[in-house]
Design a binder for this molecule. Sequence first.
Ligand SMILES: C[S@@+](CC[C@H](N)C(=O)[O-])C[C@H]1O[C@@H](n2cnc3c(N)ncnc32)[C@H](O)[C@@H]1O
Ligand code: SF4
Length: 434
Amino acid sequence: MKNPAPEQNKSEAYDSRENWPPYTYRDYPDIKPEMYKSFIEFLSTENTSGRLMELQPWISICDSKCAFCYFPTTATANVSIERYMDMLKKELDMYAKTKYVKTSVFDEIVLGGGTPSVLSAEQMIDLIDFCKERFTVNDEYFIKVTGSSKTLALNKIDKLAAYGVYQMDMGAQTFDNKLRKALCLPDTAENVEQAIRRAKQLGLCVCVDLMYNLPGQTMESWINTLKKAIELDVEIDAYSLHVDPGTPLEKMIERGVSPPQGNAEYEKQQYLTAYKLLTEAGYKAVGHDRFSRVEWHFRENCLNGWPWGGILTTGAGCFMGYLQRFSYSNIEDINAYIATVDSGKLPIKRLSESSDEDMMRRTMTRLYLRLPVDKTEFKQKFGKIPEDVFPQQLQRLKEKGLIEIDDKEIRITKLGDIWKGNIAWEFAPENITK
Ligand SMILES: C[S@@+](CC[C@H](N)C(=O)[O-])C[C@H]1O[C@@H](n2cnc3c(N)ncnc32)[C@H](O)[C@@H]1O
Ligand code: SF4
């Protein structure tokens, strides 16, 4: 076998896989006035981190809701896009005027969401121009746009490519039309394929989101989807479906309209199948969920800087923002978001400021991102090495064969790859729940 899947012991390291690490936005506390003040004070300091940052404005709007989706989005019909764009720019401008942001350099502008492709090509380009004017970008910065094939008319792709967009991120989910219908995805696999082919023809890099452990998804269906993505020569973010409370899919499963998901073992087998198929096709597993064949993408800065770099995200409901010790998510309701920005306040809903102890734990979650923990840097930041701070956790993980430790760094092993979410949870404080 050329590229075996991550090795598996007969006795499993854990009963089931954790797909998310601790310290996601769901754990951040609701913002209080003194926290807001402390964040504003932080923004008036210089950015001396020496790390490049990512700018990520969200267009939290979709034409229709996919049954599984937990992203806080509003239907296009219920919002004035012009008004939203004005407020999004206003929020961006509020950050751009701070000392912290003025002394920061960005190497990525990413239109996320939601579905930026609900905008016209001209509106997307206008927003990117606005970002380029207000924020300092480095010489090699690149632009990524998230789009759904349901709103990504071919002429929009042409205009974005001509403008210089580097990458199209597309939520393909599955190339199985039966499953697409069941998940309320309004367009067909053929539409998705056509949009991808057009973007590729124009020289864009394309990254598609694919989902596994979908209700009713057979192994054959999953393999066919993976094979199609390999044939289309795209990068892949492979996400294990999490049935979130409040999503239409949760209700569909409850009512028996949709079959349930596969069990933990089936989910694991689907992951291992993807890993094997993709690594045999020359892909490498990188970051939290990506498979890539583009060598230099493995070193993308926004990931590698974790947890000391930053993602400056804006827009209703955005939740991936972090600036060193501060992590935040925005108000989800689009009207409340608009009203808050209009009043001149940052529309933050939840904000967390990490203590030194939290930063040490967060540094260890680099293992979840398939990144090494550099022991010298850890010592410079905290005055101790990881073995001094987390002796039992590291010993346990080493004995299970999930990590390797040498003089320089700590990394996950091939066996650890499949358990990287569980590994991250080993470093979580006890008061955080899964
Ligand atoms: C904000 S969406 C952006 C994609 C874009 N809106 C589109 O649909 O083309 C990001 C991705 O999160 C993934 N996702 C959404 N809900 C999920 C869930 N409940 N479990 C796992 N992944 C999910 C989907 O793969 C989705 O494409
Ligand atoms: S997956 Fe994308 S298009 Fe579908 S509801 Fe979520 S954000 Fe909108």
